[in-house]
Design a protein around this ligand. Structure first.
Ligand code: RB5
Length: 151
C-alpha cells in the first residue's frame, strides 16, 4: 500500500522510526514532514496527509503528534477521513474491521516505539469486515458530514 506519514515537532522522532519500519513491511512510504524540533502546527500536516488519502495518492495515513489528539481532531474534520487514535493493538484492529479507518493517529509522548510499531503493523494488516451493520453506520457518518469541507 501507499502510506503517507506526517507529524508535528512533538511526533517527528517516532515518525522517522515509523517511516523506516513501514517501508520494511513492504509498503511505499512518503514522509510529509515535519522534520526537526522547531515548533509547527499539527493541523497543517494533518490536512496535507488527509488530502493525500482523499485524493487517492495514498491508501492510508499515519499521523503523530505529542498525544495524537490534535492530529485526530484535525484529520477528522476532513470529509471522508476516519481517523483513529490507537495506543494498543485491539483498538487498531477494530478501527479497521469495524470502522474502516483510513488514518491512524499516535502520540509520541504516550507510547513507546516498540508498541507503536505493533499498533502500526496491526492497523496496516487488518481489513474492513464489510459487515452490513458496520457499513450502515459508516454511511450514517458520511451522511452527517455532507456539509463538511472537502479539501
Ligand atoms: C505540542 O506541544 C502538542 O500540543 C501537540 O503535539 C499535540 O499533542 C496536540 O494534540
Amino acid at each position: 500500500m501507499k502510506i503517507v506519514l506526517a507529524s508535528d515537532h512533538a511526533g517527528a522522532t517516532l515518525k522517522a522510526d515509523l517511516v523506516e519500519y513501514v517501508a520494511s513491511l513492504g509498503h511505499e512510504t512518503r514522509d510529509l514532514g515535519a522534520d526537526g524540533s522547531c515548533s509547527v502546527d499539527y493541523p497543517q500536516f494533518a490536512q496535507q496527509a488527509a488530502r493525500a488519502v482523499i485524493d487517492g495518492r495514498a491508501d492510508r495515513a499515519i499521523l503523530i503528534c505529542g498525544t495524537g489528539l490534535g492530529m485526530s481532531m484535525a484529520a477528522n474534520k476532513v470529509r471522508g477521513i476516519r481517523a483513529a487514535l490507537c495506543h494498543e493493538c485491539y483498538s487498531a484492529r477494530m478501527a479497521r474491521e469495524h470502522n474502516d479507518a483510513n488514518v491512524l493517529c499516535l502520540g509520541q509522548r504516550v507510547v513507546g516505539v516498540g508498541l507503536a510499531r505493533d499498533v502500526v503493523r496491526t492497523f496496516l494488516e487488518a481489513q474492513f469486515s464489510q459487515g452490513p451493520n458496520h457499513r450502515r453506520r459508516l454511511d450514517m457518518i458520511a451522511e452527517s458530514e455532507s456539509g463538511a469541507e472537502a479539501v
